[in-house]
Every structure is written in structure tokens, then in C-alpha cells.
Design a protein around this ligand. Structure first.
Ligand code: ADP
Ligand code: ASP
Ligand code: MG
Length: 811
């Protein structure tokens, strides 16, 4: 025989209940079955909340009650087609509802809701649903589980009276009908005969008790997911079904919050060696998960991750504890006597402090109990009063193979550390099947994500990107990410998930990834933003593996990098402001990145997509020393000096550079040499020299007064320079030379200057907006290393940013 348990979601809707019918009918053809059902999905919660309304004398209880009646009626109307059966069922259901209404009315009138009354109220959920399912399934015999599932009162809580229950179940099912239908969850107290229950989620337990008593071949738990998964699928979207789990692994995961099975369920079937299969009512073909004693050799050290939010940590500490035998026994006995369950214990080897993890709702009582237990010691000053910390979450990683694998704890804490998550307490059982740790509640989602990613998703690496600035470079970058997404997923197992896009005014944030095909329209009407708000929002999202990509030229955005890095968010900047700011700030950013294990990359600050900064770093890492850098670093200026001719005057070339998107949004930044100065400073620093912008010797070719007024004045005045440039250009032409705006760093000394370059110099043939860099190093001394190519333009710059993103993904 088999026991099949269907949870609330499997009896929640017409579709699911019809699916249940076909599963049950198919199984019943093979062997006798016992079917255990929960209340209709959400009804237990509704029964409880309605009782609270009645208790508070809130008339809305009637409305809520009618809603429940309506839901059950509609279900019956749709699924029971036989008129006689439907009538009988309506009679049964309506008489149950009449009783329930009277109980609610009693609560409403006398303002009292005892545990006994509450237990009676919640029992109606399963009593109703089981009658409906029994009527639906041909030949099913309904049983009242309160007659054979018995509880007794232990430490103020209802606990299963196993011996009696076992006997009664065996008796009741001596002549096993072909299909038996049983309400889960509900029970009766052995002594008082009052209605009780097995605790929230207890239908699983009912099914396990019956399976064990009747020596079932298997216990099947039918729910709304494809089986036991590597993590809670509502939190970790990439969680997947585990094919096989051992009882121990399943027990550990359930004890730490994997809601899919109610924790006490496993024990009765485990001792009888009855396998549990978890299956999906909505996808019955799927194999689901099998939980049994011996599982096929699976090399994975970690099987799953689960967590409990709303936990508290009580620290019991004091000098008298050192080496004293019995303190722990007193702690656990005192708590157990009050029915407070402890799910984690962490004791330092110095033995003078023990931390105990309990649920937040138990913490007040637990502190009281422990303070009373150790009152004498506390009074003597040998122990301190209990200290409780709330707002915490406990996470456990579970897997029996952990005991054969070294380095799991290292990987666990390393992963958390790199993500900036600090661990408040941790414990590993001697069985080595579980490592549990406590973090602040706000870090829970991130902890689960990073751990799941690192232990289970070797298949894909995920980078979560915030792209700030959607102008030429940002816009192109988003386009490139969109075009490459599938290719990178398939070829490099990398998912580039854009979780934030910000323009100067608006922002869109979506931790599941933004639809990049339509972001422009969405952005226009989305939430207003400011740098400060953006920072708060990004830090607030607290997403794992996140990267902030700055495609703006904004000082205010550059000012956010420090906070991002401090919070373990890598920064990729096309924006040059931060890397060329005061030296100490630049160093601080780099140091922070190093300390937090994240990256601060800005390759496109110099030479757009050309690999200049990366090359300098590679040379230095291999022990080379950069002696001299000579470079043409302004694509805009090079374009201008290549464009200028007898037909195209200087002012016109500036207009063209702007139109083509080569120049900075404000071309004065290029013409004043400011842009080149910034780039040179960055190169010099990356080459290992302490240089500030003011240290650079500047020889300007546009007089200062052109930069002092407004941008409109600038454009108006610019043609005044044309005549002088034309005279000088003619001389240059006659000497067979070309203008190049050259930046030089020589042993730490820096300068920028418009130079006349002779034909045989490598800088002479530098087309369009190209850049060129000559690196003289100890190894490349006689023949300097030369890097040359497009040095400006949105596509190549975006591609350079893209390359930085890929370098963070280590691909
Ligand atoms: P039922 O009504 O069938 O008893 P539950 O809501 O009690 O269903 O349990 C199933 C739910 O448990 C799933 O919908 C899923 O969201 C949640 N869950 C949490 N952790 C896990 C996990 N590790 N594997 C599968 N489901 C999980
Ligand atoms: N209906 C009960 C609950 O919601 C029992 C169960 O579904 O297992 O807790
Ligand atoms: Mg459940």
C-alpha cells in the first residue's frame, strides 16, 4: 500500500483538485492507497485571521466567513457533477459551516479565544476539504483522523501520543479499503478528547504516521513544486530539484526551514525505512525527489540550503562557565521544560560563552527562563545576565558528503566574506552534515543567493549590473549586453543580468533583470532619481555579485564609488573623474576594492577600448618598470588636427568632432587639454607614479579666455581662432609636419603639448580619432611597446566597458 498526501495547493483550485483525482485513480489501480489531504490552500490562515477578527469584535468576520463558504460552494459546484452526491455533500459541508459559524459567533460575543477554541476552528479546514475530495473520488472511504491520531500534553504543548496512535491506526485500517480518505493535521487529545492538531504544516506528519503504522511501500508528498529543491524556490529562482536525499539530509533541511516537508514527518518513516517521494501535483510526470536511507553515490558535498528568518541569538556568558560541567545541561533542560526549541548552539572552545539560536517569538520567554535558572550565578557576578540579539536569520548548508570533502567551510565563509556579509555565529555539528550560521536578517536573501550560486550553479555565473548613464556609451553598452546575452550564456555560462538602469533623471530597478528591449520607454516614466537616492536604492537592494557601471561624466556619480566598493559592489567606470581625482582618493578606492575583494576597473578612461591600462598593469605585475609614456590620447584632438585643412577651418572641426560623438559632451574639456591631462594622470598613476593633475605641465593651444565664459560664448567666439590656425597650418604643411597633442610622462614628470611631428615619427600617421601610446619600460627600452587604434567613439568605448565586465566575471 501507499500513502499519498496532497497539500493545500493541491486542493486549492479546480485544476489542482482534478489533477489530484486523476493521480489518485491511477495509483489506486495498482494497490490500496490512503489519501491524506490538507485544507484548501490558504484556508487555515483564513480560519485563524477570521477568529482574530471575531475576537476583536470586528464585524468583518462575517464577510470573511461568507467568503470561505462561497469558495467551498463554488468548488463543489464545479467538480461534483452527480446531483445526488452534490446534494449530500452540500448537506455535510453546510452543517460543518453552521457549527463553525456558531463558534465564531461565540468568540465574537464573549471576546474570548482560548487555544481549545482556536484548535476547534482550524480543524474545519481539513474536515471540509477531505469530505469534498472523498465525494469526488469514486469508491473512496472517508475516515475521521481525530479518532485515531491522538495527542498528549507535554510541556504545555500538544505532542503525538505515538503508542496509542499507532495501535489505533493499525486497528482502524485492519481491513484496508481500496481508497481511504483522511483529513490531515487534526487530532484529538487522549485525555480530554478535545480537538487538537499536529502543528502548522502537520498534514505531512499525519501521512507519515499512517505510512509508518501500516508499513507503506512509500509515502508520497504531493505539492506544488517539482520536488525537494536546492533552496526555497520563492527566494532563489535558480533553485532546482534534488533527485535523491538521505533522511538525515532531508531532516536537516526541513529543520532549518525548508517548508516543503513538515520536520516531524521524516522520523516515523525513517525508522521504518519507508521512502518518501516528493512530487508535483501540477506536473505528475516529473520524477520528483526520493528521500531514503541509502542514496546512490552523489559526489555533491552540499545538497541544499535552507534558512529560518526571524531568529534570535541568546548569549550565555560568564567566567564561572569555564570548565564547569552541567551549564549546558541546565540551559537545555530549562528551555526544554518551557517547550522552547533551540535550533543552533555555538560554543567557543574557551567555554566561557555559549550562543543559542531560538525563534524570535520565543526569545523573551527564553531569556526569562535562563535568567531564572542562573539567578544565583548572576547575582554572585559569576555570570552575566542573558544577552539577546534579534533581527537575525539562520542559514544552514546541508549535505552528507560534506564529511568527506575538505574546504567546504572555507568556501562558505569565503563566499560570504567576499559579498560583505558578516557572520554573527556559526556551528557545525560533529556529524558534519550541516553547517549553520547566523546573519542579520537584511543579509539573508543575499547570503542564500551567493551560496546557492557558489555551491550549485557552477553551470552559470551571474553578474548583476547597474548601468548608470544611458547616453552614447551607456546606450551602446546596453545594446551590446542585450545582443550578447544568449551567446554568453551558452558559450561562457555567464548571465549578465541588468538589474538597474539610471539616466540623469530616472531609474528602473528590478532584481530579476530588466527587459532591455524596452527600457528606454520604461525609463522615461519611471521613478525620479538623484545620485543620493540611487545610492540608497542600490545599497538597499543588497544584491550578490553586483557591479556598478558608470557611463556618465558626472562628478556626483563618481562620488558614490567609495560607498559601493565598501559594500562589496564592483565599480567599472567609463567616467574618468574618480581615477584622476586627488591621488589619495584614487588610492583609497583601489585599496577599498582590494580589501573588499571586489574590482575597481576603468580601462576605458584612456584610449577607449584599447588595452592600455591593462597592459601597463600586466607589465608591472610581471616585474617590469614603466620608464616613459608618450602618447596621443585625445581622439577628439587627433580628429580635429587630422580634419583641419584649407577648406575646413579649426572651428568647423570642433563642430564635427562633437557631431560624431568623439568629443566629451562639453568639447572644452578636450580643447583645454583637461581630458588629456586626466588621462595622463591616470596612466602615470597606473605606471606607479604619484601624480596630481596640477603637476602636469600644460602648454595650451586655445587661449584660456575661451574657456572662461558660457558654452554658448565658446561656440560664438571659436571662429575667431580660425585665421591664426590657418596661418600656422600652412607653415606646418610646408615643413611636412603634422600637429599632434602629445602627452608625456618621463620618470614621473608629466606634460601635455601641441607638437609638430615629423614624417618619420610613429605619431605622424595617426588617422582619424585614433590614439597611440608608446611605452618605454625596462624590458621594452630600445623599441618601445606601441599600442594604437580607435581611441574614441561610443561603440569601442562600450566594448571596452564590456571587456571590463567580462574581466570581473573572470572569463
Ligand atoms: P503544501 O501545501 O503542498 O503542503 P507547502 O507550502 O507547505 O505546500 O510547501 C511547498 C512549498 O515549500 C513550495 O511551494 C516552496 O515554495 C516551499 N519551499 C521552501 N523550501 C523549499 C525547498 N527546499 N524545496 C521545495 N520547496 C520549498
Ligand atoms: N492546513 C494546515 C496548515 O495550513 C496543515 C497542512 O497544510 O499541512 O498548516
Ligand atoms: Mg506543507
Amino acid at each position: 500500500m501507499k500513502v499519498l498526501k496532497f497539500g493545500g495547493t493541491s486542493v486549492g483550485s479546480v485544476q489542482s483538485i482534478l489533477s489530484l483525482k486523476s493521480i489518485v485513480e491511477k495509483e489506486a489501480k495498482k494497490q490500496p492507497i490512503v489519501v491524506v489531504v490538507s485544507a484548501l490552500g490558504g484556508i487555515t490562515d483564513k480560519l485563524i485571521s477570521t477568529s482574530t477578527l471575531a475576537l476583536q469584535h470586528d464585524d468583518n468576520w462575517k464577510y470573511e466567513f461568507d467568503q470561505m463558504v462561497d469558495r467551498h460552494h463554488k468548488m463543489i459546484d464545479t467538480i461534483i457533477t452527480d446531483t445526488k452526491k452534490r446534494e449530500d455533500l452540500f448537506n455535510t459541508v453546510d452543517s460543518l459551516f453552521e457549527q463553525l459559524r456558531s463558534i465564531y459567533f461565540g468568540v465574537y460575543l464573549i471576546h474570548d479565544l482560548s487555544e481549545k477554541t482556536q484548535n476547534a476552528i482550524v480543524s474545519y479546514g481539513e474536515r471540509l476539504s477531505s469530505n469534498i475530495v472523498a465525494a469526488l473520488i469514486k469508491g473512496a472511504k472517508w475516515f475521521d483522523s481525530r479518532e485515531f491520531i491522538k495527542t498528549e500534553r507535554i510541556n504545555g504543548k500538544n505532542a503525538l501520543d505515538s503508542e496509542l496512535t499507532n495501535k489505533l491506526v493499525k486497528n482502524t485500517f485492519k481491513d484496508l479499503p481500496h481508497i481511504s480518505l483522511i483529513p490531515g493535521f487534526i487530532s484529538r487529545d487522549t485525555d480530554t478528547d478535545e480537538i487538537t492538531n499536529l502543528g502548522r504544516g502537520g498534514s505531512d506528519y499525519t501521512a507519515a504516521i499512517i505510512a509508518a503504522a501500516l508499513n507503506a511501500e512509500v509515502l508520497e508528498i504531493w505539492t506544488d513544486v517539482d520536488g525537494f529543491m536546492t533552496a526555497d524556490p520563492r527566494v532563489i529562482r535558480t533553485a532546482y530539484t534534488i533527485n535523491e536525499l538521505s533522511y538525515i539530509e532531508a531532516m536537516e533541511l526541513c529543520n532549518f526551514g525548508a517548508k516543503v516537508i513538515y520536520p516531524p514527518t521524516i522520523y516515523p518513516v525513517c525508522i521504518k525505512n519507508i521512502p518518501i517521494r516528493v512530487k508535483n501535483t501540477f506536473n505528475p510526470e516529473n520524477e520528483g525527489t526520493i528521500i531514503k536511507n541509502k542514496i546512490n553515490d552523489d559526489k555533491k558535498p552540499i545538497k541544499g540550503i535552507s534558512s529560518i528568518n526571524g531568529t534570535a541569538l541568546i548569549t550565555v556568558t560568564g567566567l564561572s562557565m569555564v570548565g564547569v560541567i552541567g551549564v549546558n545541561r541546565r540551559i537545555f533542560t530549562a528551555l526544554a521544560n518551557e517547550g522552547i526549541s533551540v535550533f543552533m548552539v555555538s560554543q567557543a572552545s574557551s567555554e566561557n560563552s555559549t550562543s543559542i539560536g531560538v525563534r524570535e517569538e520565543d526569545v523573551e520567554e527564553a531569556v526569562k527562563v535562563l535568567n531564572e535558572e542562573f539567578a544565583t550565578e548572576i547575582e554572585d557576578g559569576a555570570m552575566f545576565p542573558m544577552h539577546a540579539e534579534c533581527g537575525l536569520a539562520t542559514v544552514a548548508i546541508v549535505g552528507e558528503n560534506m564529511k568527506h570533502a575538505a574546504g567546504i567551510a572555507g568556501k562558505l565563509f569565503g563566499t560570504l566574506g567576499r559579498s560583505g556579509i558578516s557572520v554573527i555565529a556559526c556551528a557545525q555539528g560533529a556529524s558534519e552534515t550541516n553547517i549553520s550560521f547566523v546573519v542579520k536578517s537584511e543579509s539573508l536573501r543575499k547570503s542564500l543567493n551567493v551560496l546557492h550560486d557558489s555551491f550549485f550553479l557552477s553551470e552559470y555565473k551571474v553578474l548583476n549590473l547597474f548601468v548608470c548613464g544611458v547616453g552614447t556609451v551607456g546606450g551602446k553598452l546596453i545594446e551590446q549586453i542585450r545582443n550578447q546575452y544568449e551567446e554568453l550564456k551558452d558559450r561562457s555560462q555567464l548571465k549578465l543580468n541588468v538589474v538597474g538602469i539610471a539616466s540623469s533623471k530616472n531609474v528602473i530597478l528590478n532584481r530579476d533583470g530588466i527587459d532591455l528591449s524596452n527600457y528606454k520607454n520604461v525609463l522615461k516614466t519611471s521613478e525620479l532619481s538623484s545620485p543620493e537616492k540611487l545610492k540608497e536604492a542600490i545599497l538597499g537592494m543588497n544584491i550578490f555579485n553586483s557591479v556598478f557601471v558608470d557611463c556618465t561624466a558626472s562628478k556626483d556619480i563618481a562620488a558614490l564609488y567609495q560607498s559601493f566598493l565598501e559594500n562589496n559592489i564592483s565599480v567599472i567606470a567609463a567616467n574618468k573623474i574618480a581615477a584622476s581625482a586627488e591621488y589619495d582618493k584614487y588610492v583609497e578606492l583601489k585599496k577599498t576594492a582590494l580589501k573588499r575583494g571586489v574590482k575597481f576597473r576603468f580601462e576605458t578612461n584612456v584610449g577607449a577600448g584599447l588595452p592600455i591600462i591593462g597592459t601597463i598593469n600586466d607589465l608591472r605585475n610581471s616585474g617590469d618598470k614603466i620608464l616613459k609614456i608618450e602618447a596621443v590620447l585625445s581622439g577628439t584632438l587627433n580628429f580635429i588636427f587630422n580634419e583641419i585643412s584649407s577648406e575646413v577651418p579649426f572651428s568647423e572641426t570642433v563642430h564635427r568632432a562633437k557631431e560624431k560623438g568623439y568629443s566629451e559632451p562639453d568639447p572644452r574639456i578636450d580643447l583645454s587639454g583637461k581630458d588629456v591631462v586626466r588621462k595622463l594622470v591616470i596612466l602615470a598613476r597606473e605606471a606607479g607614479y604619484r601624480v596630481e593633475q596640477e603637476d602636469v605641465e600644460k602648454h595650451l593651444f586655445v587661449p584660456q579666455e575661451y574657456f572662461d565664459g558660457s558654452i554658448d560664448d565658446f561656440w560664438k567666439n571659436l571662429p575667431k581662432l580660425d585665421a591664426d590656425f590657418e596661418t600656422r597650418r600652412k607653415i606646418l604643411e610646408s615643413e611636412d609636419k603634422k600637429w599632434r597633442f602629445v602627452a608625456v610622462m618621463d620618470g614621473g614628470k608629466t606634460s601635455v603639448e601641441l607638437k609638430a611631428i615629423e614624417r618619420n615619427h610613429p605619431f605622424y600617421n595617426l588617422e582619424g580619432s585614433n590614439n597611440i601610446v608608446l611605452l618605454t619600460t625596462e624590458r621594452y627600452k630600445e623599441y618601445p611597446m606601441l599600442i594604437q587604434g580607435y581611441g574614441a567613439g561610443a561603440s569601442v568605448t562600450a566594448a571596452g566597458v564590456f571587456a571590463n565586465i567580462m574581466s570581473i566575471a573572470n572569463i
